[in-house]
Design a protein around this ligand. Structure first.
Ligand code: AMP
Ligand code: MG
Length: 545
């Protein structure tokens, strides 16, 4: 098929000649998409379109080539306007030539459906009619693609769009740090039988005498029900199942033994018995669904005989670094080169979160990078992270890459410092982030966005901001963006407090070894005094390990 694609900021002509085609044809189908004078019920003067030019041309071509396999047509011409398109004028023109009308109509219909979805052109904003009241310049439909999200909006999007991954049963030994997806109840009483709490001698609880005949010896593993007469004692160990009811245990330390007799030197009040069910009754909940399994929870599940709990799966995470200036840490950088630190940062940050991580470097040329992707394998990844290339530089291809992989971009900028060019995309249950390459931005975006997504995917209630006082003054100039300021959370005489750390720019990672929290500095705030109560985001595992 002959394909002609054009992006233009000039009006689309009223008459357009059919695209060149070889051979006889019986149908020439044309479509013009006209900007309506209304958007979301409000009158508008124009729509502004934005596109990644190179990428858009390529994607339109690719789309047509894939459609023609099913709808054999001879030629197609697509013209899309970018920039401001006044209401009443065409934003898009498509002309298709085929042998019969059915193929051309089918191809045209499907192309228009997929254009919105697959091609990086979007409505950036609606321009209000002069004097129209309160028209929001951001369009809900186009907002995900273009508008800058506030931090709260971005976090709300992540919370609502990231769903728990399907739960799996796993051997208990492999579930540390994973989220329990079922409430585990005790199958039996704990302890399951009356046990001695001491090494000593079991006697009837009513005894007042001093000397006893030792009639039996029971170890911790012995199970030997029997009755006891007054004056009889049974030697027991800590944990021994008691041979009958109505007993008490005299501690070994409080008797003297002489052959098969014992003399009690000190009468105790305590029975020294752990009664059946005194910790937990059968049927009582032990660990609730949604809890991240720590060592204590694992111990309780083990005690309760839950050897294959239903838990969150280990998400598969694919992490790509981009940037031709990067060399691995063991290499000496040449002029203009720097060492890759984000791979280590991401690997380290994910160490505390059960997941299966694969890392790869991608070259900065988009098509070369695209060819190097094992897309079949990548389709298995639950979470894709791309470091760098998230902004608007000539070679920044993260967004088009994610779009070509089929991700819907929910936002591409967050009104926060550092870490503004953060991209968030979803593709079914799969999630992707484009993380701005500067390491401090990486750190911030990880804690405010990636950790949140992983928590939601694990089925955990998402981390939220906490409050604590500042241990020292936070020195800052007022900034129109909110700031997530690196800080050290520690304890002063048992009370938590936050020490703001020094950072020069989003490229400055000198504070990262100390940082374990991010202070939320409101927009236009400037400095904050020592003792001020502030919101902060803890590093995962910081507060509730
Ligand atoms: P980018 O987001 O690609 O524009 O990158 C922003 C800055 O972060 C540039 O100075 C990059 O050199 C730097 N950068 C990007 N990726 C890495 C990385 N993996 N390690 C260290 N610095 C990086
Ligand atoms: Mg880069």
């Amino acid at each position: 098929m002959n394909i002609e694609v054009q992006l233009t900021d000039a009006p689309i002509a009223g008459q357009i000649s059919p695209p060149a085609s070889v051979g006889a044809h019986g149908a020439f189908v044309e479509f013009r998409g006209i900007v309506r004078a209304e958007e979301n019920g409000q009158p508008i003067a124009a729509l502004e379109y934005e596109a990644y030019l190179e990428m858009t041309l390529r994607e339109i071509r690719r789309l047509l080539e894939s459609l023609v396999e099913r709808h054999p047509c001879l030629a197609a011409r697509v013209i899309h306007r970018v920039g401001v398109v006044p209401a009443g004028e065409a934003a898009v023109y498509v002309g298709v030539i085929s042998l019969h009308r059915a193929e051309a109509i089918a191809l045209l219909g499907e192309f228009l459906d997929r254009l919105k979805q697959d091609v990086p052109i979007w409505k950036r904003r609606a321009l209000p009619v002069a004097g129209a009241p309160n028209l929001k310049s951001e369009l809900p439909a186009s907002r995900p693609r273009a508008a800058m999200h506030s931090l709260d909006e971005a976090m709300a999007e992540i919370r609502s769009r990231c769903q728990p991954l399907p739960a799996v049963r796993a051997p208990l030994a492999e579930t540390s740090g994973r989220v329990l997806r079922e409430t585990i109840c005790a199958r039996e009483d704990l302890p399951p039988f009356d046990r001695s709490a001491r090494d000593g001698y079991a006697i009837l609880s009513t005894e007042t005498r001093e000397v006893f005949q030792v009639v039996d010896t029971l170890h911790a593993a012995d199970w030997k029900p029997r009755s006891l007469q007054s004056g009889e004692a049974v030697r027991v160990a800590t944990g021994t199942a008691l041979p009958c009811g109505d007993l008490r245990v005299v501690m070994q330390e409080h008797v003297v033994r002489d052959g098969d007799r014992v003399r009690v030197l000190k009468q105790e009040r305590a029975s020294n018995i752990r009664l059946r069910g005194e910790d937990v009754k059968a049927g009582q909940p032990l660990v609730q669904a949604g809890v991240r399994l720590n060592a204590g929870a694992l111990a309780l599940l083990a005690t309760a005989g839950c050897a294959q709990p239903l838990v969150s799966p280990r998400p598969r995470v694919a992490h790509f670094t981009t940037g031709d200036e990067l060399v691995p840490p063991h290499q000496s950088p040449g002029p203009g080169q720097i060492r890759d630190c984000n791979s280590s940062l991401i690997r380290g940050l994910l160490q505390n979160i059960p997941c299966d991580l694969e890392q790869k470097h991608l070259p900065e040329d988009f098509e070369t990078a695209w060819r190097q992707l094992d897309r079949g394998h990548l389709a298995q990844a639950d979470l894709i992270l791309v470091s760098g290339g998230a902004s608007v530089g000539d070679k920044d291809f993260t967004r088009p890459l994610l779009e070509r992989l089929g991700f819907e971009i929910i936002f591409a900028q967050v009104n926060v410092r550092p870490g503004k060019p953060l991209i968030f995309g979803v593709h079914g249950a799969r999630v992707a982030f484009g993380l701005p390459g500067n390491p401090l931005s990486h750190f911030v975006c990880f804690h405010s966005a990636v950790a949140l997504a992983l928590a939601r995917m694990a089925g955990e209630s998402a981390p939220a901001f906490l409050r604590a006082p500042l241990a020292a003054k936070l020195n800052d100039e007022p900034c129109p963006r909110e700031t997530l300021w690196p800080a050290r959370l520690d304890w002063n005489a048992g009370a938590p407090r936050l020490r703001p750390l020094v950072w020069a720019s989003s490229g400055d990672l000198a504070c990262l070894p100390t940082a374990n929290a991010l202070i939320r500095v409101p927009a236009n705030q400037g400095s904050m005094s020592q003792g001020a109560e502030v919101d902060f985001l803890p590093a995962p595992g910081m507060i509730f390990p």
